[in-house]
Write a protein that binds this ligand. Structure first.
Ligand SMILES: [Mg+2]
Length: 210
């Protein structure tokens, strides 16, 4: 039976940072964005409010800024190697993230079968961000279910990788999960735990787990 590997982005594929912070760094707005990350992590704001506020910081954002952010970001090592291995085994890999779609979807170029983020307008922005297109922790499970249908697998065939409480619902829905550089709360509900900067080593923990 094929398996579906579901990867979180911020704090998981990206080490100790988030896509919005890396994007904002290109515009000199990282301090405001780090503050927003803290606010959402502490539950003081929700995903729609977060999206609206980062959108407001990005009025001057161009494709060149997004490319520079993507290239300079602190990715874990061997992401492309892991996805090539998953593909070679006949399995599936997908990224599901609350971060903006225009950043997350770049990972299709690295070999992900699917990449889902919060729906933002195209860069440079000429339209507002629609709060209805912003993902939540619960929406990650909905997206995972849709991907299962698309790839002809079930939740029982899924492996999830994540770092924070926004991955908790998904970890509860699948039989195998890897907490990557996670805090104790998430590690407590994961079947496996990894600390470090090499995705291959995290993947090795669950490669042969049924
Ligand atoms: Mg994360």
């Amino acid at each position: 039976m094929a398996r579906l590997h579901l990867f979180d982005l911020d704090g998981t594929l990206l080490h100790a940072t988030t896509a919005p912070v890396e994007i904002s760094r290109q515009l000199g707005r990282e301090a405001e964005t780090v503050a927003l990350d803290r606010a959402i992590a502490e539950g003081r704001i929700g995903p729609p409010e977060y999206a609206t506020q980062v959108y407001d910081l990005w009025a001057d954002l161009t494709e060149a800024h997004v490319s520079a952010a993507f290239e300079a970001a602190p990715w874990l090592a061997r992401i492309r190697e892991v996805w090539a291995e998953i593909r070679g085994a006949g399995d599936y890999c997908a990224v599901v993230s609350l971060s903006p779609s225009f950043f997350v979807e770049r990972l299709l170029g690295w070999g992900a079968h699917a990449a889902h983020g919060s729906r933002f307008p195209a860069v440079p922005f000429t339209e507002p961000v629609d709060p209805a297109g912003v993902l939540s922790a619960a929406a990650k499970v909905t997206v995972a279910d849709r991907l299962c249908q698309e790839f002809g697998v079930s939740r029982a065939d899924c492996v999830a990788y994540g770092d924070s409480m926004s991955d908790k619902d998904l970890f509860a829905a699948v039989p195998v999960s890897v907490a990557v550089n996670a805090d104790g709360h998430l590690s407590g509900v994961a079947t496996h735990s990894y600390r470090g900067r090499d995705l291959w080593d995290a993947y090795e923990l669950v490669r042969t787990v049924q």
